[in-house]
Write a protein that binds this ligand. Structure first.
Ligand SMILES: Nc1ncnc2c1ncn2[C@@H]1O[C@H](COP(=O)(O)OP(=O)(O)OP(=O)(O)O)[C@@H](O)[C@H]1O
Ligand SMILES: O=C(O)[C@@H](O)C(=O)CO
Length: 439
């Protein structure tokens, strides 16, 4: 298997988000839960892009760098010529910031001296204008990200955020250049590089801007940003392949080839984003929903897991898809963090969800919807899945994925993605596959 594009994603929902956009653009894509997953790939699995999910968004810079470099080695081992470092469309990482250090390490390893910063994902309301990131028109530092339990964001300027956490200087390519087309962007990038910039934030307020940027950065071996620029890069890669006489984009992309399995399902929600709070409230109006007891998740996890698993299995036996959630509003989250310590409470809840997922899988659950990047990372790792195929999209940035060769189906939802009815929509996927592998 020789791939063209390698993606290093700093969390699991971010990885499926990126993989979904690559598939939609037409690239055959496989997602791995870490660099070691490569060893477990079945023979003959064909892919043009490989996305490696890490869980480094909230880890210290040193660890994020080491893991990202390991992922880079694995991707280069598969032949990847182009690398996308995928971080969140809200540009969040640790308080000290690890996007800068990881970008610096990747630039050095790839012997490059400049890259772009393109977090924009307009289809989900993330836009960048004059180098400032907004979420649905609200500056990042005034959006729900201000109160994120793990990675709160208190600035919206990509230049300030990046310079504070990296070794070099940052610059901006404004919207006017993007509107003028790929050649203008490439020219502005080169001018910024000559003026000493190492990271260039490129404005984008519509999805079509990401296609322009994708074309403009053809010669960069390293691109950084959200899933939207992944789509732009994928389209440019395919256009290059076509002009070299390669095959056109795969018309029967994986999203058209398989459907999620029919059978028992569960929703596990550890995201505390504003949207997830609304989704949890909405789903609970018509379906069984049970809150995690956070004190017990910290102090009495084994027994609490057993209780929650019994409860969920009983609801599944009644023919419903239960929701188990730790999702809470900012004041409640803050209160739990004061009581138990922020890292302790996050780790306890993540571990609880991982154990619940594994136990329910063992009892026949075939579909899991997980909300939250950290939560999804914990669930995926607890299930011991090394690789996924990417399937049909439920909402922008959230595809179904299936463990390969015959694993469980997972929908890993980024905190703020999907609309209020997302959970019901995910489970109602109109034509579930009655013959698909079970668990
Ligand atoms: N009630 C709670 N109190 C404190 N922390 C919580 C609570 N519920 C969940 N958490 C923790 O908050 C974190 C939420 O992060 P997660 O990445 O899962 O969601 P998110 O940030 O909304 O999603 P994304 O990263 O995809 O945007 C997790 O570490 C989770 O364990
Ligand atoms: O880019 C995004 O917003 C998402 O893919 C994500 O990374 C949230 O965890």
């Amino acid at each position: 298997m020789a791939i063209t594009l390698g993606v290093i994603a700093d969390d699991f929902t971010g990885a499926t988000d990126a993989a979904g956009f690559l598939v939609e653009a037409g690239l055959r894509t496989v997602q791995l839960t870490g660099p070691a997953g490569i060893e477990d790939l079945p023979d003959g699995l064909d892919a043009e892009a490989v996305v490696i999910s890490l869980k480094t968004r909230s880890t210290p810079a040193e660890q994020a760098v080491a893991e990202s470099l390991r992922a880079l080695d694995a991707l280069r081992g598969l032949g990847a010529e182009r690398i996308l470092f995928k971080y969140c469309s809200t540009f969040d990482s640790t308080a000290a910031g690890n996007i800068g250090p990881v970008t610096d390490a990747l630039l050095e390893a790839l012997e490059e001296d400049v890259t772009v910063l393109v977090p924009a994902l307009p289809v989900n309301g993330r836009t960048v204008r004059d180098g400032h990131l907004s979420v649905h028109g609200v500056p990042l530092h005034e959006s729900g990200m201000r109160d994120h339990p793990v990675t709160p964001m208190r600035d919206s300027s990509l230049v300030r955020l990046m310079e504070a956490q990296s070794a070099g200087r940052a610059a901006v390519v404004p919207l006017a250049a993007v509107d003028a087309g790929p050649a203008a962007v490439a020219e502005a990038l080169e001018a910024a590089r000559e003026a000493g910039a190492r990271y260039v934030a490129v404005d984008a307020v519509e999805m079509r801007h990401l296609d322009v940027i994708g074309e403009a950065v053809r010669d960069l071996r390293l691109v950084t940003g959200g899933s939207g620029i992944g789509s732009g890069v994928a389209k440019a890669v395919l256009a290059d392949a076509a002009s070299d006489g390669g095959e056109p984009a795969d018309a029967a992309a994986p999203s058209a080839r398989w459907r999620p399995a029919a059978g028992s399902a569960v929703i596990l929600s550890g995201s505390c984003s504003q949207m997830t709070n609304r989704q949890v409230a909405r789903y609970g109006e018509t379906a069984p929903a049970r809150a995690v007891d956070v004190d017990r998740a910290v102090a009495d996890a084994a027994q609490h897991v057993d209780e929650l698993v019994e409860w969920a299995a009983a609801r599944q036996a009644e023919g419903t898809a239960p929701l188990i959630y730790a999702t809470a509003g900012p004041e409640e989250v803050e209160a739990w963090q004061r009581r138990h310590g922020a890292e302790e409470v996050s780790a306890a809840i993540e571990s609880l969800f991982g154990r619940i997922a594994a136990a329910l899988r063992d009892r026949g659950t075939v579909r899991i919807v997980a909300a939250g990047g950290e939560t999804s990372g914990a669930v995926t790792r607890a299930l011991g899945l090394a690789a996924f195929e990417v399937g049909p999209t439920i909402a922008p940035g959230v595809p179904w994925t299936r463990g390969v060769p015959d694993g469980i189906d997972l929908a890993l939802k980024s905190g703020n993605f999907g609309d209020e009815d997302f959970f019901a929509d995910a489970l109602r996927t109109p034509d579930l596959d009655e013959t698909a592998p079970r668990g």
